[in-house]
Design a protein around this ligand. Structure first.
Ligand code: DHB
Ligand code: MG
Length: 218
């Protein structure tokens, strides 16, 4: 008897394709035990992020939204990576993320900056350009995060935004949910930005019905 569900399919492919090691498992479980929101990407999504960044030849990755550093570990394991800069609002989460990265022996590759991401982004005036940006923080600030990403990303860079579908809420043009507005206003920026090629991929799995927006700076 096979129990067919999106979660069961995720579990099957996790077993077959994604070998989550102790560092990744610890990052997930310590975040949960501290009561952090369990909003990190799934194992299959983490592997997807790493494969995508490797395919793009990413050397400098900017991550907006660290949480306990689960996706940060995936990014820091990209072949050829030189630097991951990750932005986290909450000092306690940043401290846990740093411990998780140290346990994975990846702390020398990662610069975790604490405080409102918009402040950290505004302070990035002398920063070398990034070639991959992952937007996965408070969704109402997505338009501002994308605007900063465009400033900080070199031509040819990829920008990936998480959680752009949210059970279909994104199509609700009358929504007054600031998270929905954040995704829709980000899409409006993309629609009017001739230097971006973009697509959106809907996803199902352990995290329900959601999706990624993938953009490439021309
Ligand atoms: C939420 C945020 C995320 O980044 C995510 O992947 C899932 C859910 C949230 O804020 O609800
Ligand atoms: Mg997310």
């Amino acid at each position: 008897f096979v129990r067919r569900s999106h979660s069961a399919v995720d579990s099957y492919f996790e077993r077959m394709l994604v070998r989550e090691d102790e560092a990744l498992r610890a990052s997930r479980s310590i975040g949960a035990s501290k009561g952090f929101p369990q909003h990190e990407v799934s194992p299959l999504q983490g592997s997807f992020l790493k494969l995508l960044a490797e395919t793009a030849g990413a050397k400098r990755i900017l991550e907006i939204g660290t949480l306990a550093g689960y996706s940060t570990i995936w990014f820091a394991r990209v072949e050829g990576i030189e630097r991951v800069v990750t932005l986290e609002l909450e000092p306690e989460r940043a401290a846990v993320a740093r411990e998780n990265l140290a346990r994975a022996s990846l702390d020398h590759l990662v610069d975790c900056r604490v405080g409102p991401a918009l402040d950290s982004l505004q302070a990035m005036t002398e920063e070398d350009p990034f070639d991959f940006v992952f937007i996965d923080a408070d969704k109402q600030n997505n338009p501002a995060y994308l605007t900063h990403a465009l400033r900080l990303a070199a031509p040819g860079s990829l920008i990936l935004a998480d959680n752009v579908v949210r059970d279909g809420a994104v199509v609700d043009d009358a929504s007054d949910d600031p998270r929905v507005r954040g995704v829709r206003d980000m899409a409006t920026i993309v629609a009017n930005e001739p230097t971006l090629d973009a697509t959106a991929l809907q996803t199902v799995g352990k995290k329900g019905w959601d999706g990624f927006m993938l953009m490439r700076v021309k």
